[in-house]
Design a protein around this ligand. Structure first.
Ligand SMILES: [Mn+2]
Length: 385
């Protein structure tokens, strides 16, 4: 059986104030094309469907569009969805029982009462059944009702929930989970667009997943295996921060044969509409090397000119239409950073401007310029009164 593993769609997310709707639609269409080509039996979406617990109408419409198109191109596909830490489990599972009729299974919240269990979806192939366990993002507080006294760690909460299930290890078992997993104390490689608790309290060792032949993880935005090949974060479908500029995004495709055999795992590359790039150099170098083909890309530019260039943003904007940030890294900005802890000093406006002018131009003001500045400051002060 072949299935796709994706996660952390973060529909509705903005990248430095840029709306990513078109970028997200573009990437969903690519995922749909790969589904048509590869014909997986299921698609697993391991949490963080939306970027916020209360997604915008636009975000909900975009996910609806994706599911609708999916059901048109491949009506028999099974869609397995869990909530992530960014989602509201309750909202996400709205109408989930009706959706089961369309083979869409959504687990918003983990079991919270004695009667409830982790949602299990059984699919079949020529080798028999595969059990898919849908474990949404879980906080220790969610499972409080199972615990008489004392508080649980994240690790204990997940152990408790998995311990309540009778997992038939003679069959193939797959889990969808959205947590911060570590492998023997080794943390996953992270990026700036994730969010987890400080101090590592949310860490869970992958040993809790020992009964599963494959763990489809969400939460960490870089694709990577955790410990063994079959415990994997698939990563986001798009670059969601500048720190992900060199990341290659992909769909993780898993093909299972009989129980006990190693599944085949492939990463199908996804190509963004507007890649995120980091550029560094003097203004002249960057203007000189700008490629027309990258004009629409998201760029983070670091200028290294010794003397701060004049109106750099305006000049760069002629060649790059989506500038995420513009930084200046030279002796002056480094000097400012070095002293950034010091108490700010309040200077006379003229004095402050003189210092600024000298830094910008690398020379003192002429007598004429200085007199002109006196006049300007006087006018400003009169105007303020
Ligand atoms: Mn996420």
């Amino acid at each position: 059986m072949k299935f796709f593993h994706i996660s952390d769609l973060h529909i509705g997310k903005q990248l430095h104030h840029y709306n990513l709707k078109e970028d997200q639609r573009y990437i969903f269409n690519q995922i749909l094309e790969h589904i048509e080509r590869e014909q997986p039996k299921a698609i697993l979406i391991a949490g963080d469907i939306y970027d916020s617990a209360v997604p915008s109408a636009e975000a909900v419409a975009l996910f609806d569009e994706f599911l609708t198109e999916l059901s048109q191109i491949k009506p028999e596909i099974t869609v397995l969805i869990i909530a992530g830490n960014h989602d509201s489990g309750k909202r996400l599972s709205y109408a989930s029982r009706i959706l089961n009729n369309s083979r869409v299974y959504i687990a918003g919240l983990p079991p919270m009462t004695e009667e409830e269990h982790i949602q299990k979806v059984v699919l079949e192939d020529i080798h028999g059944e595969i059990n898919f366990y849908l474990l949404p993002f879980t906080k220790p507080a969610f499972v409080r009702s199972f615990q008489e006294e004392g508080s649980l760690t994240y690790q204990e909460a997940i152990e408790l929930l998995l311990g309540r299930e009778e997992i038939d290890t003679t069959k193939r078992n797959v889990i969808l989970s959205h947590q911060f997993y570590v492998a023997g104390g080794k943390e996953p490689v992270q990026s700036e667009s994730e969010m987890h608790t400080v101090g590592g309290l949310d860490q869970i060792d992958i040993s809790v997943l020992a009964d599963f032949d494959y763990a489809a993880l969400g939460h960490i935005h870089r694709p990577q295996k955790m410990g063994r090949e079959t415990v994997r974060y698939c990563g986001t479908p798009l670059q969601y921060s500048i720190s992900e500029a060199s990341d290659k995004k992909s769909i993780t495709m898993v093909t299972f044969e009989e129980k006990g055999s190693t599944p085949t795992i492939e990463e199908i590359p996804l190509k963004p509409l507007h890649p995120v790039r980091k550029l560094e150099g003097t203004l002249h170098e960057i203007l000189e090397n700008a490629k027309a083909s990258q004009r629409e890309d998201f760029v983070s530019i670091t200028l290294t000119d010794d003397i701060d260039p004049y109106y750099p943003k305006e000049r760069l904007e002629e060649l790059y239409h989506r500038i995420l940030e513009l930084r200046i890294d030279n002796a002056r900005t480094r000097k400012i950073l070095d002293f950034s802890d010091a108490e700010p000093e309040i200077m006379h406006p003229k004095e402050a401007f003189l210092a600024f002018f000298t830094e910008m131009h690398g020379r003192e003001m002429t007598k004429e310029e200085s007199l002109l500045m006196d006049e300007i400051i006087l006018k400003c002060q009169e105007g303020a009164e």
